[in-house]
Design a protein around this ligand. Structure first.
Ligand SMILES: Cc1ncc(COP(=O)(O)O)c(C=O)c1O
Length: 460
């Protein structure tokens, strides 16, 4: 690992950015009077301050200072068609104009239709809606613990399932992924969460040999988000299914990112497996807060009347306006599946190619985690990496998040602020390409990367 000091560059970026975005700077001063660090989601709070957005359409957003910014964060990877997709905004506008959509506290036919769509597209027997992926994964673990009568949860190091008690171990990398990553968790809970290594079949066999009969569930993402946006290998996913089945452990696939991102349904189908439970969110809401737990009827029934798990869904669960957005979006995805997903695949590949070329032209070696992909066709989710040396596989979070292997400061904070000065918004080393990004947008990104590469060269 080389020692690189970006502090003079970051100071220069911050100075340039203050001049570039004085109105967003002023809004930030106002924001920190009331909100912790100036907002309500830590990821969105850039340093020294975030651009404050006034409008958004497709791949682009506009900020308070009038900049048109090309967005690759795209609603935390929720957007398949960019921001404010017309099919959803017009359906909502029509409903609101008819005085319908903000009534809560009842059930209606829409949530039945959305439930039918999801069950038909995912092979789930039953579904219950909630408002966030975080709640979905928490309830899924509660259900699995109750169903099996066991205590232990196995999760993958580098896996992010939202900020809930069972999800907060093994998220941050410090010589590995074991420690609990938040204070305030009930005593003893940390010992009930075991961490395994993504894409390491041998370690998985070992974990099941040792703990298989004590495990309630194994929760993992088909494509690991925070850990690098790379897909599980087919061998890994199939081992996960076989081992969980053999030991009576509930397999929970967290498809909050991957659901409806690679096809109009789950990624699990592409691995030819069916989990016991799955969690969904992001894309299924079409830009609105919809999440769900779906899967086996015998497990989900534990949440029903007379069941043991106090899973209430919440005040705004299956909110009518959200259900309308979700139904409209998923119906569009299903009807246009044959064109949308190949388009995403082509644009995703193009994004990686253009960015790699821009840096290579300036003599800088970059790689994308998840660039080789046997299982999920067309990865449109990207984490750009700056490995110190060539030759690493970069197929596990242990490699990708290891500061001795990849220059993490460069792919996170330096890249983010540097590209923002070029009017490109990125997160965790880029983000996602949507069907709203055009070839010209991707070239715009390439040119931004080229200028960024020229600015960082002296510091490498
Ligand atoms: C894989 C995965 N699971 C769960 C969550 C939590 O979802 P939410 O942010 O809707 O609570 C996220 C959020 O990024 C996620 O990526």
């Amino acid at each position: 690992m080389k020692s690189r000091d970006y502090s003079p560059l970051m100071a220069q970026f911050a100075e340039d950015y203050a001049k570039h975005s004085p109105k967003s700077a002023a809004w930030h001063e106002r924001a920190i009077q009331y909100m912790i660090d100036g907002g309500s989601n830590t990821l969105r709070l850039l340093q020294p301050f975030s651009p404050r957005i006034v409008s958004a359409k497709g791949a682009w957003v506009k900020d308070e200072d009038g900049h048109q910014i090309l967005d690759f964060w795209q609603g935390h990877h929720a957007n398949i068609f960019g921001h404010n997709p017309e099919m959803v905004t017009s359906a909502l506008a029509r409903a609101f104009s008819e005085g319908w959509g903000l009534q809560t506290g009842f059930t209606d036919r829409l949530q039945i239709e959305v439930a039918e769509i999801i069950c038909q597209q995912t092979g789930a027997e039953r579904i219950r809606f909630t408002t966030t992926g975080t709640l979905a994964t928490m309830y899924a673990i509660l259900l699995a613990r109750t169903f099996t009568g066991r205590d232990l949860t196995l999760k993958v190091g580098g896996g992010w399932h939202g900020g809930q008690p069972w999800g907060l171990k093994g998220v941050g990398y410090r010589d590995g992924f074991a420690a609990m990553d938040s204070a305030g968790i009930p005593a003893g809970l940390s010992e009930q969460v075991l961490i395994t290594n993504f894409n390491n079949v041998e370690k998985l066999h070992d974990d099941f040999r040792r703990y298989g009969d004590k495990l309630a569930c194994f929760i993992l993402e088909p494509i690991i988000g925070a850990g690098g946006l790379m897909p599980a290998t087919k061998a890994y996913m199939q081992a996960a299914r076989e081992l969980t089945q053999k030991h009576g452990v509930m397999l929970i696939l967290d498809e909050v990112i991957s659901g409806f991102r690679f096809r109009a349904g789950t990624a699990a189908a592409l691995y030819e497996i069916q989990p016991d439970l799955m969690t969904l969110g992001k894309a299924i809401g079409g830009g609105m807060p919809v999440a769900a737990i779906a899967g086996r009827a015998d497990i989900l029934s534990l949440a029903g009347r007379g069941g043991k798990v106090k899973f209430e869904g919440g005040t705004y669960a299956a909110h009518p306006a959200c259900m309308l957005a979700g139904k409209t979006y998923m119906t569009y995805l299903i009807e246009n599946e044959a064109t949308i997903y190949p388009t995403l695949a082509v644009l995703g590949k193009k994004t990686r190619q253009v960015v790699t070329r821009a840096f290579a032209d300036e003599g800088i070696y970059v790689r994308f985690a998840g660039d080789r992909n046997e299982a999920l066709p067309g990865n449109s989710l990207h984490m750009l990496l700056f490995p110190y040396e060539e030759g690493h596989e970069l197929m596990t979070p242990e490699e990708v998040r290891n500061p001795a292997i990849c220059d993490l400061a460069l792919s996170e904070k330096v890249l983010q602020l540097g590209l923002l000065l070029e009017n490109v918004f990125t997160m965790h080393g880029l983000g996602s390409t949507t069907a709203a990004h055009t070839e010209a947008d991707i070239q715009f990104l390439g040119e931004a990367c080229r200028r960024f590469a020229q600015r960082i060269k002296p510091y490498l």
